[in-house]
Design a protein around this ligand. Structure first.
Ligand code: OAD
Length: 236
């Protein structure tokens, strides 16, 4: 895949890019949604019903992410950003559905976590996010806001909530010349619809992953392979 200095690359990543770092994806065998029911841990209703269970789930995910390291695919994206940024830093934008911090640890800068961040929490009433690497696994010691005493929740976008900063995402997508999608099953909207928007704008679209996503028909090119096999080779 060759870039010209004028290219503006919009990258969308999903759980698949962190799979080879040892983090479970959501769907499929061994996926997180196999061991947990989404409605029990990733909805506002789950939070209202059982905060202890929700915090146990996200505390374990914090542990897993802390133990993981960025892989060659995360690093390849950081490298291509560095290259494109020489012309204009705005020529690269990484939108991730992932809540882990492996892209940042690999060196990515222009990155947006549309589904929130595992290492941030926020007061369920004041809503101001703050950095947080703690584990909340003791049901008698769940966190609450020091200002208003409302429960502190993970800074994660749950099902039924609106992804973060969609205006900025659509602004970046509209000015892109290439949409590269990596490791996402194409089953959760609005992210699964970015490829359709790109098609309306004549933006070249490329998918990378070992299996066909649900929205495969919408892509111009599909590269079947794992992220660490395919991405570094794509940017050579
Ligand atoms: P999924 O679990 O739905 O899909 C993971 C994708 O990664 C699949 O298409 C796999 O084929 C692919 N994959 C597996 N191993 C890979 C590898 N080594 N390299 C590249 N790709 C690989 O995860 P997402 O599509 O990210 O939302 O899920 C989207 C959203 O659904 C998540 O952000 C999460 C979830 O429920 C919320 O929690 C709000």
């Amino acid at each position: 895949m060759h870039f010209s200095p004028q290219d503006r690359l919009f990258v969308l990543t999903g759980a698949g890019i962190s799979a080879e770092s040892g983090l479970a994806t959501f769907r499929g065998s061994g996926g997180l949604w196999n061991g947990h029911r989404v409605e029990e841990v990733a909805t506002p209703e789950a939070w209202d019903a059982n905060r202890e269970l929700v915090w146990r789930f996200y505390s374990q995910r914090r542990r897993d992410a802390l133990a993981a390291e960025p892989n060659a695919a995360h690093k390849a994206l950081a490298k291509i950003e560095q290259l494109l940024a020489k012309t204009d830093p705005a020529n690269f934008y990484l939108c991730t559905q992932n809540v882990d911090d492996l892209h940042e640890r690999a060196g990515s800068h222009r990155i947006h976590h549309m589904h929130g961040s595992l290492f941030e929490s926020r007061c369920s009433r004041c809503n101001q996010p703050f950095s947080d690497q703690s584990f909340y696994e003791d049901p008698n010691n769940l966190p609450s806001c020091k200002i208003c005493a409302a429960p502190i929740r993970p800074h994660i976008v749950w099902f039924g909530e609106i992804p973060l900063d969609m205006d900025a995402i659509y602004r970046e997508l509209n000015r892109a010349s290439i949409l590269l999608v990596v490791g996402t099953s194409g089953s959760v909207y609005p992210a699964a619809g970015f490829v359709h928007i790109a098609n309306q704008r004549n933006i070249r679209t490329v998918y990378v992953g070992p299996e066909e996503p649900l929205n495969i028909d919408a892509f111009d090119e599909v590269i079947l392979g794992t992220a660490t096999e395919a991405l570094p080779a794509l940017f050579d």
